[in-house]
Ligand binder design. Sequence first.
Ligand SMILES: [Zn+2]
Length: 641
Amino acid sequence: MPTNIDYREVGLKVGLEIHQQLNTHTKLFCNCPVKLVDDEKLSKSVSFVRFLRATRSELGEVDTAAAFEFQRKRLYKYLAPLDASCLVELDEEPPHPLNREALITALALAISFNSFIVDEVHVMRKIVIDGSNTTGFQRTAIVALGGYIDDEEGVIGIQSIAVEEDAARKITEEANAVTYSLDRLGIPLIEISTAPDITSPIQARRVAEKIGLMLRFTGKARRGLGTIRQDLNLSISGSPKIEIKGVQKLELIPKVIEEEVRRLIGLKMIRDELRKRGVTRAEVEAQKPVDVTDILRRSSSRLVLEGIKGGGRVYAVKLPKFDGILGVELQHGRRFGTELADYAKQWAGVKGVIHSDELPGYGIDEDILKELRYALQIDSMDAFVIVVDKPEKAVRALEVVKDRCAEAIEGIPKETRAANEDGTTRYMRPQPGAARMYPETDIPPIRITVELLEEAKKLVPPTVDDKIKQFIYQYNLSFELAKQLVYSDYLTLYEELVKAYGVNPKTLATLFTTVYGELKKDGIDLDVVDDIFFHKIAIAIAHLGDVSKEDLITIATALYQKPDASVDEIVKSLSLRRIGYDELRNLVRTKINELADEIRKRGDKAFQYLMGKVMAEVRGRADGKTVAMIVREELEKFFSK
Ligand SMILES: [Zn+2]
């Protein structure tokens, strides 16, 4: 497996596709609110089931990705929560006109990226039949084309800006059935696609973050896990463009690119090796799956024996001249054999495959192997793959494995892959073709008028650097604090609270940066609380006037433990806990008396020492600044005695 990759040398090209949910007042094509329901509400939802099939599009072709999903013959069950879905999500009522707020947000971004805005927005239907849309398609509308974003390694082109509806939320998934909730279906998304101008993993992360921040600067972006999703398009010289779906965390982007490049390099090496060995496509395709149940019945493989007991048969297929290839590691913990297993799972619905490079193992010993090799007529250079399942499924899985191996001789297949949590990727499905889009005839086109553009101009987000500068001047924050806030999830809320309650911007900034971090260390996660929590704290700050970091920690902790507490209660609890000025001075004096020897010994360095001792006792009851002042004064008196 290649380790130190020179990305320029391999010709890495990456394009990003960023999907951001919007917090508009209603969904994209109906009047339902933009919100996800909790499990309790979900359990009380109306439910219904559907089968979806691939039909020819109005242009006469069947999409390959759609055909793939169709052959899986899955049943889709939908939960329709009452206060987060209506007849539109159920596909029982035509969609309403496109949400104006979402359109204006997309236009604002188009202006800030210097994109060409279309004259008329046409909603299109994009075929998606994995069940995530009740209609069998996703509605999407291009708002602008072209444009660019600046990056320190060079300018990155923007290809398109679109508004689209989010898909239904997957609740459970089994081999033959998937359950979705309709609360997420129809939430407006903005999709921003960049050109494949990105040339390093780090640059990809940086550009994704910048675009994400600009989306947030509009004030219309939803916050929290799953509200922004990044897809990547990636290629190296001599490879097709690979699509990778669903990278949820920014930190994972560089890792995913690294792992995927490794896989592509590995596949090129495998291709070269197979060609050197002189194996042909025809040779691989000519192999027939063989029933080896009677041989494997004598193995001690639990997996195999349980499969046979459940009515399955064991089939194996020879892969001529593939010895050693299936065990080649392509990504951390993922071998070429894993790729074959992915294909077999996705196309034939089997649980997995066993391949010769991992044998003996899995309870299959050398004696069984000998018999297997004899039955399959295996030479020293050949490999084989075993599958246990119902005969038709097992045979189908081995046909898929053969096809994938035949393709390995030609090179790298064009695939849509999914990102795993550890940064590796797995095969998901073939890439959709050009036949998947056709016009949505239920929604009239929208002309982009001067009025729309004027409204959009008010929302145009600044660049990241400009936003930091703005925060430094407007709120009198340090560069570091301004930067932390601008990059934080709470940016929009912060601005809203400063405006609404006239609180000290610096104090409030501390809440979302330092205090947030310290509370997290104590196991208090503010990501899970709702906005009302922060509104209450902001009102409390406004009441109290000058509030220290320690006070903020006290207030936030108290409210977190008792979320229904009123602002008055919080303010009161703080003043009760606060230590008086005189009491504080007495406490410092007592400490100095107690620790006199140690303080004398430390001399100039006694301040830090004493400060630590006093703070440990009064944390949350007095602010650090006041304590420091008193400690300094009392130490001076002590040493001048
Ligand atoms: Zn609705």
